[in-house]
Write a protein that binds this ligand. Structure first.
Ligand code: SF4
Ligand code: SF4
Ligand code: SF4
Length: 323
């Protein structure tokens, strides 16, 4: 929850607010207009079964192990003071889980020269993030790009997100957010005025199905879509509603039609919608975290199926975008 006192603080004060960042990716071209720098925050309240960024779900730092690159030197095994790594080089995750609270956190990662054992999640201040993203200002200016906040869920760290967006806005840097819509409504009210572009998910209109596949119902998401729409009318930011199309969850004409009907009926300031086909790119990350991939048998939707579902959006005269 964003404290009211932050609203009157100057940039100097806000720049000291810290958050946990999973990654900062430069030269991103699919996260909004132009060339962008994407700041992936760590922590999310949902647990979508198809999540392609599982390393961003927890709020704490985590260790990933990518065995493909490992050459078996066992430096990591010797470096871990907590005996978590076995001879097969797999780690006991019940020990690793609390490593961020220990005296020598993630010691295993510092001795891995192959960089196949690494830590995700670093506490950074707004100023530290800004100092990185500002290096790309010439690219933003040349391409109409800017900074995109993604995750994880940026709105799960609302004060950090608010402060960073204030900083970027004061420096005239274009701002965008990719958000699942599942966060405090009052926080969205405070943050949305500082965004040029909002990508908000609408995963399913059936709340029970939403809960089954993401861990939470959709009531709050639907409320926040309506709020974002009203605020887009006031502040003129672009609002895109995105649907990840997941086989067995929402890849039917009925599910997409219900979502499109909701947007057409409830929203008047939506710039467009985007259907994002399910992919398996995040699969390896689950195993690197010692988890199993929950959708191993799923096949991504075909181009023909995506075309068919996009035609449903077109039937509601909703502009279709592909970023
Ligand atoms: S994350 Fe911590 S507990 Fe786990 S292997 Fe590395 S140093 Fe040991
Ligand atoms: S330190 Fe890195 S390369 Fe060496 S065994 Fe551990 S994971 Fe493999
Ligand atoms: S909302 Fe996004 S980050 Fe969170 S679990 Fe779902 S896909 Fe992953």
């Amino acid at each position: 929850m964003i404290r009211d006192e932050l609203l009157t603080q100057d940039i100097g004060q806000l720049s000291e607010i810290s958050g946990i960042v999973a990654n900062i990716e430069r030269y991103a071209i699919n996260d909004g207009a132009g060339v962008r720098t994407t700041v992936f925050t760590k922590g999310c309240y949902l647990r979508c079964r198809w999540c392609s960024n599982p390393e961003t779900q927890l709020f704490a730092p985590e260790m990933s192990f990518f065995p493909d690159k490992c050459f078996g030197c066992k430096n990591c095994l010797r470096a871990c003071p907590y005996g978590a790594i076995g001879d097969d080089l797999n780690a006991d995750r019940s020990i690793c889980r609390d490593c961020h609270t220990r005296e020598h956190p993630f010691a295993c990662t510092t001795t891995c020269y192959a960089k196949c054992r690494k830590m995700t999640g670093e506490t950074m201040t707004v100023k530290q993030v800004y100092d990185i993203v500002k290096r790309d200002v010439p690219f933003y200016e040349a391409s109409g790009g800017g900074v995109t906040l993604s995750g994880g869920e940026p709105m799960a760290q609302p004060e950090f997100t608010y402060a960073l967006l204030r900083m970027l806005t004061e420096r005239w840097i274009d701002t965008a957010i990719e958000t699942c819509g599942y966060a405090d409504k009052e926080d969205y009210e405070k943050v949305l005025p500082y965004l040029n572009t909002v990508f908000m998910d609408l995963k399913h209109m059936d709340s029970e199905k939403h809960r089954l596949w993401t861990g939470q119902g959709n009531d709050l998401v639907l409320e926040n879509i309506k709020l974002a729409d009203r605020m887009a009318g006031t502040y003129g930011n672009k609002l895109f509603i995105r649907i990840p199309v997941i086989p067995g969850f929402n890849d039917t004409a009925e599910a997409i039609d219900a979502a499109a009907r909701f947007v057409a009926r409830e929203c008047t300031h939506v710039t467009g919608m985007e259907l994002l086909p399910y992919h398996k790119l995040g699969r390896g990350k689950y195993y690197s975290l010692g988890r199993t991939y929950p959708l191993e048998d799923l096949t991504p939707p075909s181009k023909e199926q995506m075309d068919e579902l996009n035609r449903i959006l077109a039937g509601y005269e909703i502009p279709i975008y592909k970023f």
